[in-house]
Design a protein. Structure first.
Length: 75
């Protein structure tokens, strides 16, 4: 399975940060894009882009360690 150029670039830098929304919900910041927490399990968190209709998603592991990015930003 091949990965996108975007995913490869992110895996090299893996620079993510977290902020809180105005409602106190966690937001993930990756390359100036915001993602909101969509689902969480004991070992993984699933984030979706905050821009409606954008297919970009990010997965993090355990203590919010970058795992992978799915799709590119179409916005």
């Amino acid at each position: 399975m091949t990965s996108s150029v975007c995913e490869e670039n992110i895996q090299e830098s893996q620079s993510i940060s977290f902020i809180l929304s105005q409602k106190g919900k966690p937001l993930l910041v990756l390359n100036k894009h915001l993602f909101k927490l969509n689902k969480s399990t004991d070992s993984k968190q699933y984030w979706i882009c905050t821009i409606k209709g954008c297919p970009a998603k990010v997965h993090t592991k355990n203590s919010n360690v970058f795992d992978k990015m799915i799709d590119d930003h179409k916005c």
